[in-house]
Design a protein around this ligand. Structure first.
Ligand code: DQA
Length: 145
């Protein structure tokens, strides 16, 4: 099975933007670490990033046919997007929400997540390791189902 790992706006700049908050690893580093971790569980990843809300929604729709689970860091759309929530509600497998930073330690506007209304699990503040924890969680949930 394939896990869709979806990344929202500005995450293409990972490692370059606000490294004090998001660290020095790039999104390409995270992509290869995710592929390795999924392989340990006999799973594959399709790792994607877009700055555009509609593109993320289209990938979530595609996941309905081709993914066993979704790991998503919706970035700023976490806090704004009913449309991404609605798309995730149309997906039947496990959904794990990841934030590199601890959003609860930050500005109030980052404390609310539309995506959390759908997510089966939420990981925040574990750095990029959060993606790997999410993949481990997906493997556990899939094995139990
Ligand atoms: C983020 C947290 C969001 O509040 C922010 O808009 C991001 C990244 C994180 O991974 O910590 O772009 O999702």
């Amino acid at each position: 099975g394939t896990i869709y790992v979806l990344n929202g706006p500005n995450l293409n700049l990972l490692g370059k933007r606000q490294p004090d908050i998001y660290g020095h690893e790039t999104l390409a580093d995270v992509e290869s670490a995710c592929a390795e971790r999924a392989a340990v569980h006999g799973l594959k990843t399709r790792f994607l990033q877009s700055n555009a809300e509609h593109q993320l929604i289209d990938w979530i729709h595609e996941a309905r046919e081709s993914a066993v689970a979704i790991v998503i860091n919706p970035a700023a759309y976490t806090h704004t997007s009913v449309a991404i929530l609605d798309a995730l509600n149309a997906f039947e497998g496990p959904v794990i929400e990841v934030h590199i930073s601890n959003v609860h330690k930050r500005e109030d506007f980052r404390h609310h997540s539309f995506v959390s209304l759908r997510a089966d699990g939420v990981i925040a503040g574990c750095g990029t390791q959060g993606y790997l924890l999410a993949i481990d969680r997906v493997a556990t949930v899939l094995a139990a189902s």
